[in-house]
Every structure is written in structure tokens, then in C-alpha cells.
Design a protein around this ligand. Structure first.
Ligand SMILES: C[S@@+](CC[C@H](N)C(=O)[O-])C[C@H]1O[C@@H](n2cnc3c(N)ncnc32)[C@H](O)[C@@H]1O
Length: 259
């Protein structure tokens, strides 16, 4: 079946405008953006291992979209290995800091834009790679976000993600500590899934799991690094994602830690 592709957007003006829901999602992140930018990376060897791994998957021919890029640290490191990287985040505060870093350290392949990963990007099937680091546990509907990421990918393209699986933590954290912190504005809403739930969500959107890794070097590592491929023969079904698995089972249980 022929696929429709549209050009990759080159600047923020062509991205969908922020609606009320998007603005609300950004509130927490806008508030903490300066602190997030100032905090050191907790596990630098683990972070560097992920960067090396991703870099090995990138090439100078690829158009890359990053969703939830935060203050752009990772995009600045990876963009030189791509043809172009558009790094997006729902938080204008995060993107303002990222723009400042880019101005201080220009990388011609890189641009930043405010965009909600839950709203379709311009440029359907326009990207070879979609990157999602430390953000898939933060969206309100994982299946919907993954569906949009798959739509943005060309057939054969890669979704490369690293995601804290909150369901693998001590249960007191998702069921007690996080809701309390959220009540006082110190934590965002998070999805509570384990690794199998995340794989299953990707598979439900028609992605093939290429690799599942853990790069952490300190204690128990709940951050799952997953490379998933959109099959070359992928066909978008008008009613939603292609069913690859049966319905939700106990191993793909996903809910919010703060119901
Ligand atoms: C924990 S930070 C991770 C930032 C960066 N990817 C990193 O690894 O350091 C999560 C980021 O996801 C962004 N985010 C949360 N929900 C989002 C959404 N629906 N669309 C786009 N970005 C989102 C937040 O604004 C925040 O910058």
C-alpha cells in the first residue's frame, strides 16, 4: 500500500499550537525547569552508555524527532550524528533553556520547539528515528503517545526510548510517596508499569522490539532502554493501531500512581 509522507517541519511555526490541555501539562515542568537544568545527572556512566548506544544507531542521513527533550542536553550531544534533529518538549520553560544552550553551543543540525507528544506532529512518516528519553511514563495515555510516535516514523524507522518503569520500584513509592509528593506539587503524574507492560504497549502499536537493555551502573536499574522498529510493511489502519496482541493482560497492566 502506498504511504503518504509529508515534509519534516523545519521550525516551530509549523508545529501545532498549544491548546489548554498542553498548557496544563507543562505547568509542573515549566516550574521546575531551572532546577532540572542545574541538577547533575545521577548516573553519568549509565547516561554515557546510553548515548554511545544511541549514537551507534544514528547516521548522517537520518531525520530525527525527539519528544520530551527537556533542556536539550541529550539532543545537543546526538544531533551532530544526524542529518537533522528536531527536539520537542511540552514545556516552554524547558525549551527556553534548551534554546539558550544551543545559542551558546551552535549545532547546525539541531532545532528545538515546544510541542506536546500527545498531539500529532506535522510530518507524518517523516522521521527515521523518534527518541523518547525519560518521558513515556509521564504521558496520560501511553498507547496514544506511542501511536503518534509510530505515525511520525517512516516504515522501517526506529523508536529509541529509555523509560523509568515505576512498577519495578518498591510499591511504597508509586502508591504512597509519589501521590504525596504530587499532592504538594513536588512530583508529576506518572504511569505505573513494569517492563513487560511497556513492551506490550509498543507491540500493540505494531512495533517490533529490537532490543531491551539496562545501562544503569548504580543499584537496581528500573530504566529500560528499548529499541523498537516500525516494520517496513507497516500499514496504518484508519481506526487506530494494528492489533498485534490480544487485549490487556496482567503483564501489561498500566495505571497511574495517583488515581
Ligand atoms: C524527566 S524529563 C526528561 C527530559 C529529557 N528527555 C531527559 O532525559 O533529561 C521529562 C520531560 O518530558 C516532558 N514532557 C512531559 N509530558 C510531555 C508531553 N506530553 N509531550 C512532550 N513533552 C512532555 C517534560 O516537559 C519534561 O521536560
Amino acid at each position: 500500500m502506498p504511504t503518504t509522507t509529508s515534509p519534516v517541519p523545519t521550525d516551530a511555526s509549523v508545529l501545532p499550537q498549544a491548546g489548554g490541555a498542553t498548557v496544563r501539562k507543562a505547568l509542573f515542568w515549566d516550574r521546575i525547569a531551572p532546577k532540572y537544568a542545574a541538577d547533575p545527572i545521577a548516573d553519568m556512566p549509565g547516561y554515557e552508555a546510553t548515548l554511545q548506544r544511541v549514537q551507534a544507531l544514528l547516521s548522517a542521513e537520518q531525520e530525527v524527532l525527539e519528544i520530551g527533550c527537556g533542556t536539550g542536553t541529550t539532543a545537543l550531544r546526538l544531533a551532530p550524528f544526524t542529518r537533522r534533529l528536531l527536539a520537542t518538549d511540552v514545556s516552554a520553560g524547558m525549551i527556553a533553556i534548551a534554546q539558550g544552550k544551543l545559542a551558546a553551543q551552535p549545532v547546525p543540525q539541531l532545532s528545538f520547539a515546544v510541542a506536546d507528544a500527545d498531539v500529532p506532529v506535522c510530518g507524518k512518516e517523516a522521521y527515521d528515528v523518534v527518541l523518547a528519553f525519560n518521558m513515556l511514563h509521564l504521558v496520560s495515555d501511553l498507547d496514544h503517545t506511542l501511536q503518534l510516535a509510530v505515525q511520525a516514523l517512516r516504515p522501517g524507522g526506529l523508536l529509541i526510548s529509555k523509560t523509568p518503569c515505576i512498577g519495578e520500584m518498591n510499591p511504597l513509592i508509586p502508591w504512597l510517596a509519589l501521590p504525596l509528593m504530587r499532592a504538594i506539587g513536588k512530583a508529576p503524574a506518572v504511569l505505573n508499569f513494569e517492563g513487560p507492560g511497556l513492551h506490550a504497549a509498543m507491540t500493540r502499536q505494531g512495533l517490533d522490539i529490537v532490543s531491551v537493555e539496562r545501562h544503569g551502573t548504580r543499584g537496581k536499574d528500573i530504566r529500560l532502554f528499548i529499541v523498537a522498529r516500525k516494520p517496513p510493511e507497516f500499514a496504518h489502519s484508519p481506526g487506530g493501531p494494528l492489533p498485534r496482541l490480544g487485549g490487556r493482560g496482567p503483564d501489561n497492566f498500566i495505571n497511574r500512581s495517583n488515581p
